[in-house]
Design a protein around this ligand. Structure first.
Ligand code: NAP
Ligand code: GDD
Length: 359
């Protein structure tokens, strides 16, 4: 039997890179949509690219904002499955470029679905929906597939647009088009401007004396954090279920950003104590008396999502999916990776975490 063919948008990202590995393991021929960049943006897939061990992996230059380019790639690659993981995915940044966010994160899905429709391609489509779509929830309890959306950012409203586009193309044209609604998932490949990675990298640097203080925003937001590798397995199950449907993937546990900081600090051997309130709040290492965490309002968002907690019982029951890695194990995986990474960079003036406004 011929190998199944998959196209992954966002293949250079966290989930895209794990998705490519999973599909290659399963014997797929994998095509990745790669944005052109003047300096390589392929660090997460370099081990797959031009590697004789992975003859079934290749990328093509493309962009979710270019309809003709997308249609041409689908026409040429003839994928059985498309995983639309590409997006401007940073909620905070989406406020600074709302139009671009709607274009790529929102209309990107429409462009792919319209190409599938026009080409009459027998292609299944997965849309990377987000728990951010729930936004400001009415009650601080579990969100499931029936919870109403109340988006709070250009990113979230774009994801809502893509979610409904996917449903409409499923119903109108009988395309196998499925939505995942994924709660936060992290890994050592997480982008460095997302809060978990910022904390694991930043506190490792503080521990190694490469940086004095880690500046953060809202410490009280609650998130349902899982492990990206577990979630790409769920995504594959969603697209290989007998019918196209919408599924939540989540751990069912929620923690504050503050708890994530505390857990990382403990792993690194700090004795963390919180002092002060609001913008004056700081985290002190009792062992040295030094401030290691501060608050900078630049990291606050114009509108915040305070509370996310997912009920993934539908996916657990129908897909047989459940996450393997819990909160504590996730922190351990990330801190082990990032402490070692920063240690290797000792003395090299590594400025990864501090140099950007959003880091
Ligand atoms: P990520 O690491 O930020 O990756 C985003 C990918 O999208 C990158 O490969 C990026 O390319 C690509 N991209 C950005 N703009 C593009 C454009 N105009 N055309 C084509 N590609 C473009 O995100 P992730 O964490 O892997 O998340 C994957 C998807 O799941 C995203 O759609 C995200 O919104 C969604 N999601 C993520 C989570 C989560 O917690 N991680 C939860 C729910 C939903 P470059 O490498 O060139 O920047
Ligand atoms: N990024 C960031 N930087 N967030 C901070 C900081 C900081 O310095 N300090 C506090 N936070 C808070 C944010 O205000 C937010 O409440 C929480 O930490 C998590 O922020 P992010 O890690 O940036 O993730 P997110 O929850 O906004 O969005 C992620 O998860 C969504 C799923 O719920 C992204 O991956 C989205 O693409 C994804 O859809």
């Amino acid at each position: 039997m011929a190998a199944k063919r998959a196209l992954i948008t966002g293949v250079t990202g966290q989930d895209g890179s794990y998705m490519a590995e999973l599909l290659l393991e399963k014997g797929y021929k994998v095509y990745g949509l790669q944005r052109h960049a003047s300096y390589p943006n392929t660090s997460r897939i370099d081990h797959l690219l031009n590697n004789a061990k992975f003859p079934n992996f290749q990328t093509a230059f493309g962009d979710l904002s270019d309809s003709a380019n997308i249609a041409a790639i689908i026409d040429k690659a003839e994928p059985d499955e498309i995983y639309n993981l590409g997006a401007l995915s940073h909620v905070g940044v989406s406020f600074t470029m709302p139009e671009y966010t709607v274009d790529v994160t929102g209309l990107g899905a429409l462009r792919i679905l319209e190409a599938i429709h026009q080409l009459k391609a027998p292609t299944k489509f997965y849309q990377a929906g987000s728990s951010e779509m729930f936004g400001a929830v009415e009650k601080q309890t579990f969100q499931n597939e029936n919870t109403p959306f109340n988006p709070q950012s250009p990113y979230a409203m774009s994801k809502v647009l893509a979610f409904h586009t996917t449903r409409i193309y499923r119903k109108s044209y009988n395309i196998f088009a499925a939505n995942g609604i994924l709660f936060n998932h992290e890994s050592p490949r997480r982008g460095v401007s997302f809060v978990t990675r910022k904390i694991t990298l930043g506190l490792s640097r503080v521990k190694l004396g490469l940086q004095d203080v880690l500046m953060l925003g809202n410490l009280n937001a609650k998130r349902d954090w899982g492990y990206s590798r577990d979630y790409v397995e769920g995504i594959h199950k969603i697209l290989n279920y007998k019918t196209a449907d919408d599924f939540i993937l989540a751990t069912g546990e929620t923690h504050t950003v503050r708890e994530f900081v505390e857990s990382v600090a403990k792993q690194l051997g700090f004795d963390l104590a919180w002092k002060g309130k609001g913008l004056k709040e700081k985290g002190i290492d009792r062992k040295t008396g030094k401030k290691i965490i501060g608050i900078d309002p630049v990291h606050f968002r114009p509108a915040e999502v305070d509370y996310l907690l997912g009920d993934s019982s539908k996916a657990r029951k129908l897909l047989g999916w459940k996450p393997k890695v819990n909160f504590q194990q996730l922190v351990e995986i990330m801190i082990k990776h990032d402490y070692d990474l920063m240690k290797k960079n000792l003395g090299k003036g590594h400025k990864l975490v501090t140099r950007h406004r959003f880091y």
